[in-house]
Design a protein around this ligand. Sequence first.
Ligand SMILES: [Zn+2]
Length: 59
Amino acid sequence: MTIDKDFLDILACPKCKGELALTEEHDELTCEKCRLGYEVRDGVPIMLIEEARNLDTAR
Ligand SMILES: [Zn+2]
């Protein structure tokens, strides 16, 4: 399952309300500003700051 473009357009970073970028693998939405990555689980993005990972930290 993938996230379509229209759906992605309505999504915003819960922290800065900025734009999110979808990874090529479609498994994560990233905010370059906050350096946070929101996991996409079974096609559903987990839009929680507490659940987000720091992009500067290895998985
Ligand atoms: Zn952000």
